[in-house]
Design a protein around this ligand. Structure first.
Ligand code: HPA
Length: 288
C-alpha cells in the first residue's frame, strides 16, 4: 500500500472513514443490502452461494482492516440469497490479531453507513454448558464482555449513536425467536445461550471455564462482542449464532486445537447454511 493511500484512507474521523469505505463499496454494486452477515471461522462458505455476487477483498476497501486468522477469507461479498440482498463478511478481524477495538468494529461501522439495519453475526465457540454437544448451533441470548476493551471508548460521535447505548436487547428478541423456531422446523432445535467474549488468543484454562460457568456463560469465544456493541450503538438489530466447535477446556479429557474448531465448522456447514437461509427471509421482512 502506498504512503499516500495509507494517509488518505486513515485520515478523518471514524465516521468519515466509514462513509468513504461505504461509498467505495456502493460504487461497485447496484444492490442495496439492508442485512449483513458476518461469517466466522470455517463458516464463510455461505458467501460462496450468493447470486449476482460482487466480491471485494478487504485490502481493497479504504481503511478496512485485513483479516489474518486461519479460516477467514477476508472479503466482503454483496449478493443475493433467495432474492434478498445481503452484505456478507467472509471473515472478520479479532482483537487478538493486534487490532484495536475500534478497528475490530470498523467493518460494522461501514456496514451501518452502507444502510444495513440488521446483522447476523456468527462465530465458532467453545461450549461451557455441559448440555451442549460438539457441532450444535446455539442462538446467542446475551453476552458478557470480558475482552477488557470496548469500541465505544473515546469521544462519542453522535452521528453513529448515543454516548450510553442501551444493551438490554443486545440480541434482538424477535430475531432470536425466529431463529429458534426455524431451527426447530428444520429438525435441529438450537438452544439459546450466553456468550462470553475473552481476548484470546489462547484457549481458556479449565479454571477460567469454571469461572465463566459460575457467572452465567454458556459459550466462550474471542469475537462478536465488539461488533455487537458497535451495531447496537448504530441501532442495528443483531442476531448471533454460535457453532459449538468444541467443548470448552477441562470438560472433556482432551486438549483443544484450532484444527478441531475448523473441522467441526466444516461438518456443520450445511446445517448452518440451512438455518441462515430459513431465517433470512423472515428478518428481511422486518428490516425494510
Ligand atoms: N474458546 C474460545 N474461543 C473458541 C473456542 C474455545 O473453546 N472454540 C472456538 N472458539
Amino acid at each position: 500500500m502506498s504512503a499516500a493511500r495509507t494517509k488518505s484512507s486513515a485520515s478523518g474521523s471514524e465516521f468519515a472513514r466509514a462513509d468513504r469505505a461505504a461509498k467505495f463499496i456502493l460504487a461497485k454494486t447496484k444492490l442495496r443490502p439492508k442485512i449483513a452477515l458476518v461469517l466466522g471461522s470455517g463458516l464463510g462458505a455461505f458467501a460462496d452461494e450468493l447470486q449476482d455476487a460482487t466480491r471485494i477483498p478487504y485490502e481493497k476497501i479504504p481503511a478496512f482492516p485485513r483479516s489474518t486468522a486461519m479460516g477467514h477469507a477476508g472479503r466482503l461479498v454483496i449478493g443475493k440469497v433467495e432474492n434478498i440482498a445481503v452484505a456478507a463478511m467472509q471473515g472478520r478481524v479479532h482483537f487478538y490479531e493486534g487490532y484495536t477495538a475500534q478497528q475490530v468494529a470498523f467493518p460494522m461501522r461501514v456496514l451501518g453507513r452502507l444502510g444495513i439495519r440488521s446483522a447476523i453475526l456468527t462465530n465458532a465457540a467453545g461450549g461451557i454448558n455441559t448440555k451442549y454437544n460438539q457441532g450444535v448451533l446455539v442462538i446467542i441470548s446475551d453476552h458478557i464482555n470480558l475482552q477488557g476493551i470496548n469500541p465505544l471508548i473515546g469521544p462519542n460521535d453522535d452521528r453513529f449513536g448515543p454516548r450510553f447505548p442501551d444493551m438490554t436487547q443486545a440480541y434482538w428478541k424477535p430475531y432470536r425467536e425466529i431463529a429458534l423456531a426455524e431451527a426447530k422446523r428444520l429438525g435441529s432445535a438450537a438452544p439459546e445461550g450466553v456468550y462470553a467474549a475473552l481476548a484470546g488468543p489462547n484457549y481458556e484454562t479449565p479454571a477460567e471455564i469454571r469461572y465463566l460457568r459460575t457467572i452465567g456463560a454458556d459459550l466462550v469465544g474471542m469475537s462478536t462482542v465488539p461488533e455487537t456493541i458497535a451495531a447496537r450503538h448504530m441501532g442495528i438489530r443483531v442476531l448471533g449464532i454460535s457453532c459449538v466447535t468444541n467443548m470448552a477446556a477441562g470438560i472433556l479429557d482432551q486438549v483443544l486445537d484450532h484444527k478441531e474448531v475448523m473441522e467441526t465448522g466444516e461438518r456443520v456447514k450445511g446445517q448452518f447454511i440451512a438455518l441462515l437461509r430459513a431465517v433470512l427471509p423472515r428478518i428481511a421482512a422486518d428490516s425494510k
